[in-house]
Design a binder for this molecule. Structure first.
Ligand SMILES: CC(C)(COP(=O)(O)OP(=O)(O)OC[C@H]1O[C@@H](n2cnc3c(N)ncnc32)[C@H](O)[C@@H]1OP(=O)(O)O)[C@@H](O)C(=O)NCCC(=O)NCCS
Length: 233
């Protein structure tokens, strides 16, 4: 550790690393310290699924999981992303566990009740269309077109509440960009709630551009590469 030059404590520059199995517990704890319990569907389904979700992003070769570590090695921030179908694959693998967790928790959680109801409506609509009972309706809003070349998603970014405003979000974005380039992605895309202004400003600073909106969700994109590299990379 570098010798301290004076008595005033300086905020240490976080170390930004690609997560390994040794960061699993810290990553789970960081999720819980960054998002409200109902602000994120996986967290709303309990610690077991949250842990499986973190492990999934650490282990998959086409996933990107980057964490920020403070001087004590505590995970203070994270960013997850990678191939666009990762989330679908996770849901498929854990469908039974997720459905049971949703059913058990829905009576106590309004956000889960809304999601469960939306899922039931989607399944019913699909079944109705297959049976010819429901007409295929045109999408009310134009879909955002797929980027050219290999593209991926930034699925989630979070910084512990007690570590915000220190540039960790920006540092995570830089390392995420480097990892995306290393894995051969040409474009990255993310979807975020339009009312999340802090996140929107962070995305704008990191060079993301809004390419479309559907309801209260905004889609952003950026070409991979070109961010100044992170000091600890
Ligand atoms: C969005 C988020 C990741 C930003 O992380 P961060 O490490 O605070 O990012 P930065 O330090 O690079 O910048 C954050 C902004 O918060 C400001 N800020 C300063 N002190 C702060 C504090 N104590 N608490 C919150 N924000 C603070 C910063 O000045 C900066 O503001 P600006 O955009 O006006 O310049 C973080 O706020 C977060 O985890 N939010 C909850 C999860 C979320 O919404 N994720 C995005 C959708 S998946």
């Amino acid at each position: 550790m570098a010798p301290m030059s004076d008595d005033s404590p300086q905020p240490a520059t976080p170390e930004i690393v690609v997560a390994g199995p040794e960061h699993l517990d810290g990553l789970v704890a960081c999720h819980r310290a960054s998002f409200s319990r109902h602000g994120n569907v996986i967290m709303g389904l309990g610690k077991g699924l949250l842990r499986s979700h973190c492990r999934f992003y650490i282990e998959r070769a086409d996933a990107i999981c980057v964490v920020a570590l403070d001087a004590q090695g505590r995970v203070t921030g994270f960013v997850l992303g990678g191939s666009p179908d990762l989330q679908r694959r996770f849901v498929r693998q854990h469908a039974v566990h997720m459905a049971l967790a949703m059913l058990l928790r829905a009576p106590f959680n309004a956000s889960l009740r809304r999601r469960l109801w939306a899922a039931v409506r989607r399944v019913a609509g699909r079944a109705g269309r297959c049976l010819g009972l429901v007409r295929q309706e045109a999408s009310p809003e134009p879909a955002v077109t797929e980027p050219e070349g290999r593209w991926g998603t930034l699925y989630m970014i979070g910084t512990r509440r007690d570590a915000r405003g220190q540039g960790i979000g920006e540092a995570l974005m830089r390392r995420f960009d480097e990892e995306a380039a290393r894995q051969g992605f040409r474009t990255m895309r993310l979807v975020t709630k339009a009312q999340n202004e802090v996140a929107a400003r962070l995305y704008a600073r990191a060079g993301w551009q809004k390419v479309g909106s559907v309801g209260d969700l905004d889609t952003y994109e950026r070409k991979v590469g070109g961010l100044p590299s992170s000091p600890s990379a």
